[in-house]
Structures are given as C-alpha cells and as structure tokens.
Design a protein around this ligand. Structure first.
Ligand code: ATP
Ligand code: MG
Length: 558
C-alpha cells in the first residue's frame, strides 16, 4: 500500500507554468533540466526539494533530467560523495537520463571559451593580489576601480593564460576575469573571476589541470553544452543571472538556457549546508554523515523516513519565490502519515515491568492472531503467544493513579492488546521499596479481545511474553538537536540529543526484521532497524513519535 500522492493531480507552480508555456508555444520540443550537485558532501533534505522539482518536471513533461556533478573544486570533492549522491537520488525514486554528466568533462571547452573571451577583449589576466582585488571591488554603495592590469593586450593575456595552464605560476598569483563593469550596482558583474590557479589533484582529471573554472563561468557553459532548456537554481543566484546570460551571450555556443530561481528549503534548527554538516562529522559531534540526527538523506533514511514521505512533503510545500523557514513538524507529519499506512505493528516495552498472572497455570500458552496493520488488510496477521509471565512498560503502571489515568493502577482494569482484561492484585517491592513485580489476574471471559459484560475499559496496554520476548536496544533522537554550528567552534553541545535504552523487550517476530525495515511499536512510535544490529543484538532507531496515541486507541476500541 502506498501513500504516494505525487502522481495525483498537482497544482502548477510558476516554474511548471513556464515549462508548459515553452512547450506549448514550440520554443522547446522537449524540456531538459538538470540536478547539479557539487560532490563535496552528502545530500540533505534541502537538496531533496531540488531533486523532486527537477526530476519531477522531467517525468511530468516527458523530458530529460541530467545528473551533473559540478566538480570544479578539486580540493573538497571526493568519490565517496559522488557515490552517495547517486544512491540517494535513486533511493528517493528518481533516475537521471543517460549517463552521469560531469563538468570536468568540459574543461577543454571552458578553456577554449575563455580564450575566445580574451580574444574579443572581454576577459583579462589579473595579477593583483587577492587582497588588492577585494579593495578594488568597492562596496554595494561605492563603485569599484579598474585594475591596472585591465588593459593588458590580447597577446599578453593569451600568453599569460597559456602559462597559467602550463603550471608556470603558483596558486593565487593570477586569475582570469571577465571585463564587464567595475561600477555595476550588481557586485557580481564587477569583473568576476572566471579562472583560478589551483595546483590540486582532481578525482577525475588527475593532474591534467592546475587552473580551474569558477562556478559562475562553468555553470552556464555546462548547461548550454548539454542543451538544458531551464536551469533551475535557488534564489541566491538571482543576482548572478546577468552573469549567466553575459557568458552565454559572448561566446560562440548554440544554446542559451533560461535560469529560473526558486526559494530554497529552510527548516528551523536544521543546518542546510554541506560545509557545516561536514564540520559536525569531522568534530565527532555526530557518528557520521548517516547519523540519524543528521538532516542528510542518508541520516533520515537510517532514521526510518521513507522516500514517499519526503516526496509528499516536497510536493506539499510547493515551489515559490518566497523564502521562509518551515517547522520540522511539517516534515514529520508526512513521515507519520506514510508510516501509519505502511508499517507493521508490533509490541515492545521500553522499560519492562514483570507481571505474573496468578489465575493462569504455570506453562500456560495462548496463541492469538494479531493484525499486522489495521490500516492495511493485505498486511495479514501474525501469531502472538500469551503466557503466565509477561512484561508491560513501567510507565503504564502507577501505584497512585493521577487524574485521568487509564493505564494499570490499583482499582483500574486495563485491556492487554489482543489478549485479556487485566486487574492488579498485589505489588511486589524489594527491600528499598522499588516495585519489582506485579501480581495480577485476567478475566477468562475477555480472552482474545472479547468484551464480557460490556464494561468500559479505557486503557489498552501492549505487552510481551517473558518466555518469548527478545531483547533490543532502542535509540531515541531529539529532533531539536541544535544543528546550528557556530562559526569557529570545535563542536556543539549535543548531550541529550541521543538517548540509548538497553534492556528493552520486543515480541519475537522482530527477530526476523531486516536492517532498514520500519515498524510501529504500538503506543510508542515508529522505529527502524539499524545497521548496528548484529545477530541477536537488535538496535532500533525511533523514526518519529506517535501523535494522539490515546485518542486513536480509544476511537478504535469504541
Ligand atoms: P550546500 O550549501 O549544502 O553545499 P549547495 O547549493 O552549495 O548547498 P549544491 O551541491 O551546489 O549545494 O546543490 C545542488 C543543487 O541543490 C543546487 O541546484 C542547489 O540550488 C540545490 N539546493 C541546495 N540546497 C538547497 C535547499 N536548501 N533547498 C532547495 N534546493 C537546494
Ligand atoms: Mg553549490
């Protein structure tokens, strides 16, 4: 059963309207878009918005979506990231058209177009120091100054550029700049850098190059080479659009994609920057890129989030030009909605309290058929075995019941899910006064969910058989984990963002779970089997808590 709403009738956002218009008017025969990550980290939930938008448009309009690695900064890029990005896109349910594209495949063309700009007098080799370049740039309210190297001859520029490529200069000594306008009110247009010297090994081109193109120069050319029709990016690139167009207007290239900007996804308390996420990894604040507290696709996958939930979330939040910050709860809403419909129900107790049922004989066993998912009849049933000794959760018993307490307490009868009505007869304590065991009785008339005399039982508890239960470790995560990493600090205080419960007990059917399989632990939350499990050592991550547990249970029973 799927809760995928992405195939349902969609409201059109402004980008889809542009695409539709361009197809209807015949401006383009086919839409071609791209997702262009820099392989310098793992993808995060913000990237999912861009992925759903680009791959979604290609799917809906029968177009193409390229996956292109924007690998023009060798110092920070790694194959591990290239691999994880591909795996994450596919896990989200998307597939790129053709082979994977790489900006590094266009290095020779980038170089050739820079030569063309130099020959046209539209680019020059700058030899001021980086500090001087900054001083000459001016401020938003003050025009910049022309560099003394701005009027170098075409021959001198060509010669210096060739020497830059040949490795004759150290890093930082020269750059190539576009010759546009040092007085432009748009700072991006004040003779932006096109090339820098970087003697660094590149994961694909090795040591073939020691000059690398800047993003603002490489990106429009990569788009045009691939015949991209709509180059969709986030709002911070709005000021860069004139440069995107300037580059393509001034080189001999047959295509000119249209750059369109949309608002990036921001979620409160959540870091959406690969650089900052990397610092959480390198400082040991988290266990890795796939730590379940991370807002990376790998992290939330390990936590138990589903691709359907993420796609539904991205569709629901839509695509606009207005920047804003969403609550994490909005994402969790879609996670719960999908897990509710798709996850198998099981019984587990996080803090076990032993219950001995005095009116059942030693060795007594009842086998009840429990439905695996009341939301999905096709999920079937499984046997659960009830025995004389069981465990319930410590939090489900109160020696002195507070107001509106419907769980077990002296004088308050409860229903054990799938089994019997249960009543307390005695509390057993140790010498220190701690409760170690409860003595109870069941009503035989209520066996298997019967309602003996129609008496009203408000509370239903989950339980596990002492003889059959299997031990598990459970990890609870605080989604308010302060993800913001203050600049310049080594690590953030993450104490309290992870709570590890050992000694939890679960029904034996969980022993067959696969890593990554998701369950609803009845009345507790949604859980996903973690990769740290091995053999009989089971580890479950809490994906999300349940909302309105009591309201739901009571509705089901009435
Ligand atoms: P980061 O700061 O996390 O490294 P980035 O924009 O530098 O983000 P890229 O690898 O360049 O990372 O991103 C690939 C694509 O994903 C870009 O088109 C970018 O606009 C988009 N993207 C990145 N972050 C978000 C976000 N929070 N919301 C929507 N789209 C995003
Ligand atoms: Mg980027």
């Amino acid at each position: 059963m799927s809760t995928d709403t992405t195939t349902a009738e969609k409201p059109k956002d402004f980008i889809r309207e542009i695409v539709e218009h361009d197809l209807q008017t015949g401006k383009h025969q086919q839409v071609v878009v791209r997702f262009p990550p820099e392989p310098n980290g793992y993808l995060h939930i913000g990237h999912a918005k861009s992925i759903c938008l680009n791959f979604g448009i290609a799917d809906e309009f029968k177009g193409r979506c390229h996956l292109r690695f924007d690998d023009t900064n060798p110092a920070k890029e790694e194959q591990e990231y290239v691999d994880s990005i591909q795996a994450d896109i596919q896990w989200l349910g998307f597939q790129w058209t053709d082979q994977v594209y790489y900006a590094s495949d266009y290095y020779e063309q980038f170089y050739g177009y820079a030569v063309e700009l130099i020959k046209k007098g539209l680019a020059y080799v700058e030899s001021l120091s980086p500090d001087e370049v900054r001083q000459y740039r001016g401020t938003p309210t003050e025009a910049g100054k022309n560099s003394p190297f701005r009027d170098r001859s075409v021959e001198e520029n060509l010669d210096l550029f060739a020497k830059m490529r040949a490795g004759e200069f150290p890093d930082g000594t020269h750059i190539v700049r576009a010759k546009i306008d040092m007085a432009s009110p748009n700072l991006t247009m004040r003779d932006p850098a096109l090339y820098r010297i970087k003697h660094a090994h590149h994961q694909r081109t090795g040591d073939a190059w020691c000059i690398y193109p800047m993003y603002d120069y490489a990106h429009p050319i990569s788009d045009a080479i691939e015949g991209i029709t709509h180059s969709i990016c986030t709002l911070e690139f709005e000021d860069h659009r004139p440069l995107y167009d300037w580059v393509l207007d001034n080189i001999t290239i047959p295509s000119h994609p249209r750059q369109i900007e949309f608002a990036r996804l921001n979620i409160e308390n959540t870091v959406m920057s690969k650089r900052k996420l990397l610092s959480l990894v390198t400082t040991g604040t988290v266990s890795g890129w796939d730590d379940p507290r991370m807002p990376t696709i790998a992290g939330i996958r390990r936590r138990g989030y589903t691709p359907t939930a993420i796609r539904n979330f991205c569709q629901a939040i839509g695509v606009t030009k207005a920047n804003g910050v969403l609550e994490f709860g909005q994402l969790e809403y879609y996670v719960r909605q999908d897990l509710n419909l798709t996850s198998r129900r099981v019984m587990a107790v996080l803090k076990p309290l032993k219950v001995v049922i005095e009116n059942l004989p030693e060795g007594h066993e009842d086998v009840f058929q429990a439905d695996n998912n009341p939301e999905d009849a096709s999920a079937g049933t499984r046997p659960v075995v009830f025995t004389r000794e069981i465990y319930i959760d410590r939090d489900d018993f109160a020696e002195v019941a507070p107001k509106k307490w419907f769980r077990l307490a002296p004088g308050i009868e409860v229903r054990l899910k799938h089994a019997y009505y249960l009543k307390l007869s005695e509390i057993i304590k140790d010498a220190d006064g701690n409760i170690t065991e409860l003595r109870c009785t069941v009503d035989p008339e209520s066996r298997g969910g019967g309602t003996p005399d129609g008496r009203v039982i408000k509370g239903t508890l989950q339980w596990v058989s002492a003889k059959h239960a299997i031990p598990t470790e459970v990890r609870l995560y605080d989604y308010n984990f302060p993800m913001a990493v203050p600049e310049g600090t080594a690590a953030v205080d993450n104490s309290g963002s992870l709570e590890v419960l050992t000694g939890c007990l679960a029904e034996p059917s969980l022993g067959e779970a696969q890593v990554g399989e998701r369950f609803q632990f009845m009345r507790i939350g949604y859980f996903c089997k973690d990769k740290d499990s091995s053999g009989t050592h089971l580890v479950f991550n809490r994906s999300a808590t349940l909302k309105d547990t009591w309201a739901k249970l009571e509705k089901k029973q009435s």
